[in-house]
Design a protein around this ligand. Structure first.
Ligand SMILES: NC(=O)c1ccc[n+]([C@@H]2O[C@H](COP(=O)([O-])OP(=O)(O)OC[C@H]3O[C@@H](n4cnc5c(N)ncnc54)[C@H](OP(=O)(O)O)[C@@H]3O)[C@@H](O)[C@H]2O)c1
Length: 377
């Protein structure tokens, strides 16, 4: 690619003080040796995206505005770095963009733009019959589930294969109808584990289709007791806790189980969605931060006293270990092609073009059920 043929990029820029996204020109950045550049045709929204808009300076203090956030991209490769071996220009791919991470801190590697720079090891080819919109639901949710299940400092489960051998143990996936949960169920089943999960009754069929053997309504006052009964006589493979406050409830279940008493925690004990704008914002934010800090400290103490280990998941940390290769190179491409793994949940396309990304953030923040908010580009 020469200067004359460098594509014109534009991005949905995040400004300071939780400003609304503003679409404007962005530089086109060439790939490093292990990177590819993608022309994004669909981007998906994760809770982290609106959380960064709401409280970015508090939780990601390294970010300098204006900045390009976003993790989930699907599109076509337009340029490959010198050391890239798995991709060529024109390939259809899905990838996780990690530009907001402290060790990258680069708008060029954010999702919400036409051209993103992504790491080869966080990208997979996708089959021709999988749309960009549907493929884009995968990256951060898939990576988060994979980190929780397979990283050595997390549940360290057996790896997924085309012919899983039954492990004889059962995983608790709290929040099976979340995007992270949908991936956790499928990955665990592909690794030979039985899965017991939670969801609202409207999503019981959905999580069963994904591979769960038993579903409990997490909104029921008897949810914890029902789960303890469901695990009676089973060997626990561990738990992955997805959904605000889910770790506390998982701890009550895990304490009553035999086996691997370990909880991989995807979510915080309180949500930032109550912070909002207007008078009293600073106080509301302080309350949420205090609640997260104090509830986490209490949880860690309680679980230690009960002999339960816990660990928080960082959904992009696989870029630095073997789990990225396991998922994006060895497992996902063939599993998608064979139909052994589906891109779930269903994409909810709310608009086309970067101007729709703010609406998409607002829609995800407003709450979704077994849907992933997507914008096509
Ligand atoms: N640590 C990380 O790196 C990382 C990365 C990605 C996401 N996360 C966190 O993981 C969580 C899920 O994210 P996501 O993108 O997968 O969410 P999502 O797809 O937007 O989740 C929507 C689903 O959440 C379910 N839900 C709501 N409250 C719940 C609760 N208390 N327990 C269980 N399920 C609940 C709802 O299920 P029903 O409709 O069935 O009621 C709904 O279908 C969020 O807390 C997010 O911040 C963490």
């Amino acid at each position: 690619m020469t200067a004359a043929t460098t594509p014109a990029n534009s991005a949905a820029w995040l400004g300071p003080k939780h400003a609304r996204l503003a679409v404007g020109p962005a530089p086109y950045t060439r790939p490093g040796p292990d990177e590819i550049v993608m022309r994004n045709h669909a981007v998906a929204i994760n809770p982290l995206d609106w959380i960064l808009q709401e409280v970015g300076t508090v939780i990601y203090p390294w970010i300098r505005y204006p900045f390009v956030v976003g993790s989930d991209v699907a599109g076509q490769v337009v340029e490959v770095g010198a050391a890239v071996t798995r991709f060529a220009v024109g390939d259809r791919v899905v990838a996780q963009a990690t530009g907001s991470d402290k060790d990258e801190n680069s708008s060029a590697a954010g999702a919400f733009q036409l051209y993103s720079v992504v790491r080869e090891r966080l990208a997979s080819p996708i089959p021709d019959d999988l749309s960009f919109a549907q493929a884009s639901v995968l990256p951060l949710a898939l990576s988060t589930a994979a980190c929780g299940l397979f990283q050595k400092n997390q549940l360290a489960l057996d790896h997924p294969t085309a012919d899983p051998v039954p492990s004889g143990s059962t995983l608790l996936v709290w929040g099976g109808s979340t995007s992270v949960g949908a991936n956790a169920i499928q990955l665990a089943v592909a690794a030979g584990y039985e899965v017991i999960t939670t969801a609202s009754p409207r999503n019981f069929d959905y999580v069963t289709r994904l591979g769960a053997s038993r579903v409990i309504d997490y909104g029921s006052p008897t949810a914890v007791a029902d789960l303890i009964a469901a695990f009676d006589g089973k060997s626990l493979a561990g738990a992955i806790a997805v959904g605000t406050g889910s770790s506390e409830q998982c701890a009550a279940v895990v304490a009553a189980c035999e086996g691997n008493r370990f909880i991989a925690m995807a979510s915080t004990p309180a949500s930032f969605d109550s912070v909002g704008d207007g008078r009293g914002r600073a106080l509301r934010l302080a309350r949420v931060m205090l609640r997260i800090g104090s509830s986490t400290a209490v949880l860690i103490l309680k679980t230690r006293l009960r002999g339960i280990r816990t660990s928080s998941i960082w959904g992009s940390s696989l870029k630095n270990d073997e789990v990225s290769t396991l998922i994006y190179e060895k497992f996902l491409p063939a599993a998608l092609t064979d139909g052994r793994f589906v891109a779930a949940p269903e994409a909810l396309v709310v608009g086309h073009g970067l101007e729709s990304v703010q609406l998409a953030l607002d829609t995800q923040r407003g709450g979704v059920s077994a849907r992933k908010v997507v914008v096509t580009l």
